[in-house]
Design a binder for this molecule. Structure first.
Ligand code: PMP
Length: 365
């Protein structure tokens, strides 16, 4: 990121960008997919997916497991689509049978799913959701912002039509890039639409020649790429592929399980039901007598955790991300900081119990 800015049509950047596009397909396990890397945030990747696949009046079903499912609903409504929803209670994943039943009512062009909703820490079985969408003849768009490169997702094998993320979460690059890979079926659907894509910047048709050119190691221009961010992304993708995807997913499962065991040992409850609690993020209810001031106490120990986000429970819980470059040491330090904050606020627990529970998992073979 701190390297001198270079030309977006220079030889070095052409190679960097071309490699990023190739490697994004590897990380998403979609060798035939069409990658897009565009300056913007994860919300742009969500909007790009819907605005290219749907036309005004089209039906879309959103399986909602938290705040970011609601965001799909708002985006689709803005672009004039008819939106149906299957909404899970807080802490649960949307019911697969209910999603299948809703799709059977007919005519949905797209099913939207959030792989891990960052407001609840619920992980959805996106393989099952993509199968359901496929059976109903709908395209499956998955928001992988809080999951991609941290939770297993075999985009092509599982039949996911769009897998999207942002640079800043488990990919571990600073904020600022929208990343998505589109299946050949979804590209064909966008190319056979009857009306033009109503957004200029989001139109895959504008970006496709650019992405194809860089993959062929040639320069092309539509909107100037974020050169330094792409250089940073290139480093992150190299780290991800060097670690290896199976090892990386396993590491996230292990540090996630260790963190969850740690907070449970302190008498704290996970917002997400155990069977669907994500490897990348944990939402934790404050114990009785403790409230949002805990976040500041933890920060005073040098660890940043996030407050609540889901409107139904906003002031009753906090959130801890454990993805990307997060290490075992970070898990231990975070639990130690949580223990200190809880002690200062008068919560009764055995000092060290959280750290010890996590260590039992982290030190196991
Ligand atoms: N989806 C999920 C699951 C997210 O966690 C976020 C960001 N927290 C977004 C979408 C939106 O991404 P961004 O903030 O980069 O626009």
């Amino acid at each position: 990121m701190a390297a001198p800015a270079e030309s977006h049509v220079g030889a070095r950047f052409i190679e960097t960008f071309g490699l990023c596009l190739d490697e994004l397909c590897q990380v998403f396990m979609a060798p035939e997919g069409q990658p897009f890397i565009v300056a913007g945030s994860g919300t742009l990747a969500m909007e790009m997916s819907l605005v290219n696949l749907l036309e005004p009046g089209d039906k879309v079903l959103v399986a909602i497991s938290g705040v970011f499912g609601e965001r799909f609903v708002e985006i689709a409504r803005r672009w004039g689509c008819q939106v149906d929803t299957v909404r899970a209670p807080v802490g649960q994943a949307p019911d697969a049978a209910a999603v299948e039943k809703a799709l059977k009512s007919g005519g949905h062009k797209v099913l939207c799913v959030t792989h891990v909703d960052t407001s609840t820490g619920v992980a959805v079985d996106v393989k099952a959701m993509a199968e359901i969408a496929g059976r109903a003849g709908a395209l499956c768009v998955v928001d992988g912002v809080c999951a991609a490169a941290g939770v297993e997702c075999r985009q092509a094998e599982w039949g996911i039509d769009v897998y999207l993320t942002a640079s800043q979460k488990a990919i571990s690059t600073p904020t600022g890039l929208a990343l998505l890979v589109v299946s050949p079926k979804a590209m064909a659907a966008s190319q056979s639409r009857k009306t033009p894509v109503p957004s200029y910047y989001s139109d895959w048709g504008m970006w496709l020649p650019i992405m194809s050119a860089y993959r062929a190691r040639k320069a092309a221009y539509f909107g100037t790429p974020a050169v330094n961010l792409v250089a940073a992304l290139s480093e992150s993708l190299k780290q991800i592929l060097t670690e290896g995807l199976p090892a990386r997913f396993q590491r996230h499962l292990k540090i996630g399980a260790a963190f969850k065991a740690g907070v449970a040992a302190l008498g704290l409850r996970d917002v997400a039901q155990a069977a669907v609690s994500a490897p990348t993020l944990t939402s934790v209810y404050y114990p009785d007598g403790v409230g949002p001031s805990l976040v500041g106490k933890i920060a005073a120990e040098g660890v940043i955790v996030a407050g609540g986000l889901h409107p139904e429970i906003r002031d009753r819980y906090f959130r801890v991300g454990h993805m990307g470059t997060v290490s075992s040491g970070d898990i231990v330090a975070t639990l130690a900081a949580i223990e200190k904050g809880l002690a200062l606020l008068g919560h009764k627990f055995e000092a060290g119990a959280g750290v010890a529970a996590a260590q039992r998992i982290l030190t196991a073979a």
